[in-house]
Unconditional design. Structure first.
Length: 255
C-alpha cells in the first residue's frame, strides 16, 4: 500500500498558497496549511486541508520544528505584500529552513516561493527593490543549507496574474557559486513578458514536490520561470522541470 504523502503549506490563505492546496489535494496529498486570521480557518477546511493556526513571526524554531514533524514536503508561500519584507519574506523563510535543518529524523523537502530578478534588485521597479533584496538574502541562506541536510527547491516566478493557467513555461536553472555568461530570464525577455499566472506557479511547486522529493540526489535546485510567449513557447511543466539545465550561475552575495 502506498504511503500517503503529507504536505505542509505556509501561507495557505494567499493567492498562490490557496491554489497550491487544491493542486496538492488533487494529486493525493494530505495537506496542512497555516492561517493567522480566524475567518480563514473555515476556508482552509472547506478545501480539505487541516488548518493550523500559526504566527511564525512570533514563534521560535523549536515550535516550528515540532509542527513540521512527519511531513515529507514543506512549502513556503507566505508573503507580506510588501509590508514587512524582512520579517516575513526573508526571516520567515529562513526560520522554516532552520527548523527543518534541526530535525533529527528525515528532513522534509523545502519548496520556497521566491521572485524573478531578486539577484538583480537594481533592475527592479523602486517598489520591489527591498522585496527583491529580502528574497535574495533568504535564497542565499537556504541554498547554503544543502550540506546541512536541507533539500530545497527555490522557485522564482515573474509578476503574478490571476489569469487561467497556461501550463507552458520557460524555465532557467540557477547554480550558485559559479560564474558563466548565461543570462537571467530578466536579461533575455522584455519586461511585459516577465509574468506567470498564480495557477501555473502552484502547479510548478506541486510538480516539483512530485519530481524532486525522495529523489536519490537530494540537491538544492533554484530556477526562474515565466510563461511561454511568442518568441519562446516554453515547455509543459513536467517536461520542463524534468529536463531543466542548471545553466544560469550567480554566486551568493557575501555578508
Amino acid at each position: 500500500m502506498t504511503e500517503t504523502r503529507k504536505a505542509f503549506v505556509v501561507g495557505g490563505t494567499g493567492g498562490v498558497g490557496s491554489i497550491l492546496i487544491d493542486e496538492l489535494i488533487q494529486r493525493g496529498y494530505t495537506v496542512s496549511a497555516t492561517y493567522r486570521k480566524e475567518q480563514d480557518k473555515e476556508k482552509l477546511e472547506s478545501q480539505g486541508a487541516t488548518a493550523v493556526h500559526m504566527d511564525f513571526v512570533q514563534m521560535d524554531e523549536d515550535a516550528i520544528q515540532k509542527a513540521l514533524e512527519g511531513f515529507q514536503t514543506v512549502f513556503f508561500a507566505a508573503g507580506s505584500g510588501g509590508k514587512d519584507v524582512y520579517k516575513i519574506d526573508r526571516d520567515g523563510a529562513i526560520k522554516f529552513a532552520n527548523a527543518i535543518r534541526r530535525m533529527e529524523n528525515a528532513h522534509p523537502h523545502y519548496i520556497v516561493l521566491s521572485a524573478l530578478g531578486c539577484d538583480q534588485p537594481d533592475k527592479m521597479p523602486e517598489n520591489l527593490k527591498e522585496y527583491s533584496k529580502a528574497k535574495k538574502e533568504a535564497d542565499d541562506v537556504i541554498a547554503a543549507m544543502e550540506d546541512k541536510g536541507v533539500q530545497s527547491t527555490i522557485v522564482r516566478p515573474g509578476n503574478l496574474t490571476n489569469d487561467s493557467a497556461k501550463e507552458n513555461i520557460i524555465f532557467r536553472g540557477v547554480v550558485y557559486g559559479q560564474s558563466i555568461e548565461a543570462k537571467s530570464i530578466v536579461d533575455s525577455f522584455d519586461a511585459n513578458e516577465l509574468v506567470n499566472t498564480r495557477s501555473d506557479v502552484a502547479k510548478v511547486m506541486a510538480e516539483s514536490a512530485d519530481i524532486f522529493t525522495d529523489n536519490n540526489n537530494r540537491k538544492t535546485r533554484v530556477f526562474e520561470m515565466i510563461q511561454g510567449n511568442e518568441s519562446d513557447h516554453g515547455s509543459p511543466i513536467h517536461e520542463g522541470l524534468s529536463s531543466m539545465k542548471l545553466d544560469y550561475n550567480i554566486a551568493p552575495q557575501k555578508s
